[in-house]
Design a protein around this ligand. Structure first.
Ligand code: VGL
Ligand code: ZN
Length: 189
């Protein structure tokens, strides 16, 4: 498969937010290091969208409600903002997820209308970047495959939480098993 950009390509940047970067409440180690590759891909692809984790204060995934995570990406707070190194000028649309207090939503496709939006733009192949490899990137890639998109995961533009060591590698293997291709942002020229 030729990985050079085509007119029916898009880039999905999953949750490139302050709380998922060093200093944030749910930081991905080295999460801030993805942005040169993310911005490079965004410059080269004709359609660029981002998802954002956008939780209410009493979200079911928070430890106060018995969930696995500390408070993160609370809608409207500084931790939920896009990380400053992200070139937001390239974004055509932003999809908010996890907004229902009683429902977890790791995937950028869950309850957002993203699949129909992309089809409406004539997109067939989706490049995927963002945070975190082992949660929201994984879930988004699996849903993208389920929706029938070709998927290329940009390995230098993703980062894993690694609650357990090896979670990132296992997540990439799961994506490949689902039919995703893995490449580097450099393939885009
Ligand atoms: C995420 C954990 C909780 C993610 C979101 O964006 O990968 N991970 N909420
Ligand atoms: Zn979340």
């Amino acid at each position: 498969m030729a990985l050079s950009p085509k007119s029916d390509d898009a880039l999905l940047v999953v949750d490139p937010q302050v709380d998922f970067c060093p200093g944030g409440t749910l930081a991905v180690p080295g999460g801030d290091a993805i942005f040169p590759a993310v911005n490079r891909a965004a410059e080269r692809l004709p359609v660029v969208v981002a998802s954002r984790d956008w939780h209410p204060a009493d979200h079911v995934s928070f430890q106060a409600r018995g969930g696995p995570w500390p408070v993160h990406c609370q809608a409207g707070t500084p931790g939920a903002e896009f990380y400053p190194a992200l070139d937001r000028s390239r974004l055509d649309h932003v999809f908010s997820k996890g907004t229902d207090p009683d429902q977890e939503a790791y995937s950028a496709f869950q309850g957002t209308g993203l699949a129909d939006w992309l089809r409406g733009r004539g997109v067939h192949r989706l490049f995927v970047a963002g945070l975190a490899t082992d949660y929201c990137v994984l879930a988004s890639v699996l849903d993208a495959r389920g929706e029938g998109f070709e998927v290329v995961v940009l390995e230098d533009a993703i980062g894993a939480v690694e609650v357990k060591p090896g979670d990132g590698r296992r997540a990439v293997e799961d994506m490949q098993r689902a039919g995703a291709t893995v490449g580097q942002s450099g393939v885009l020229g």
